[in-house]
Design a protein. Structure first.
Length: 131
């Protein structure tokens, strides 16, 4: 499954007791539509995301960044202290593509996500150009 959304805050890197690291972040997906009566509506859906593959990506996941995520969806349900039923959507991310927004340039973020440490773009030669 894939979702596209904007990060609501900077990602956090959490280290578990067994020394595994997980990157945690939340994205919001906005949906605009008109009702039968012509009234404009906007619905926001929030996803709590986890990414286990590379902790380095946490530095690039900044508030406002638009990302395309691939993975699987889950749901957490619980009762709060007042006995009210609560639920949240979770997205277990296995691939991140940076679309835009945020404070960093998309090319360097994509290279970081792929595990590359050198973010300097390769020089183009005339043979690489389509014209």
């Amino acid at each position: 499954m894939e979702i596209t959304g904007r990060l609501t805050a900077d990602a956090k890197l959490n280290t578990l007791q067994d020394e595994r690291q997980v990157v945690s972040f939340t994205v919001v997906q906005n949906d605009n539509f008109k009702t039968k009566g012509g009234e404009k509506k906007q619905v926001a859906t929030y996803f709590d995301c986890s990414y286990w593959i590379s902790p380095k990506v946490a530095d690039k996941l900044k508030k406002g960044t638009i990302v395309l995520l691939y993975g699987r969806i889950g749901i957490n349900a619980w009762n709060n202290m007042q006995g009210e039923a609560k639920a949240s959507l979770t997205f277990h991310t296995n691939n991140i593509k940076f679309i835009g927004g945020g404070k960093s340039n998309a090319a360097s973020m994509e290279q970081q996500e792929e595990g590359q440490t050198d973010v300097t773009p390769a020089p183009q030669t005339k043979d690489d150009l389509p014209f």
